[in-house]
Design a protein around this ligand. Structure first.
Ligand code: SF4
Length: 96
């Protein structure tokens, strides 16, 4: 049952206040926070929980380090330069 651990609470290192496991398992469009394994491994079988309740690639996503911000920034600059060269504005990369 996906709600089995929902009432357990923890102090969130990112938000700086207590919250329930229900928040951690559903932070990003009903997918787990990317820190869920680190935050909860001492309190419950969180890896098993994720494997049981989320698609196969979720554990891989949670254990893959995020791309460095500098790399993302360089890629955005390269796209913008290419778009400028071609006379196209890459609107899909811009947040509204
Ligand atoms: S899993 Fe994410 S939301 Fe939950 S306590 Fe850790 S950092 Fe905060």
């Amino acid at each position: 049952m996906i709600t089995k651990y929902d009432d357990l609470d923890i102090r969130c290192p990112q938000l700086g206040h207590p919250l329930n496991f229900s928040y951690c398992r559903s932070t990003h469009n009903n997918t787990p926070c990317r820190n869920i394994l680190n935050c909860w491994f001492q309190r419950l079988p969180v890896e098993r929980f994720v494997q049981d309740h989320f698609p196969a690639g979720t554990i891989e996503k949670l254990t893959t380090p995020p791309r460095p911000k500098l790399q993302s920034l360089v890629e955005l600059i390269e796209k913008a330069q290419a778009a400028k060269k071609n006379g196209v504005i890459p609107c899909h990369d811009m947040k509204q």
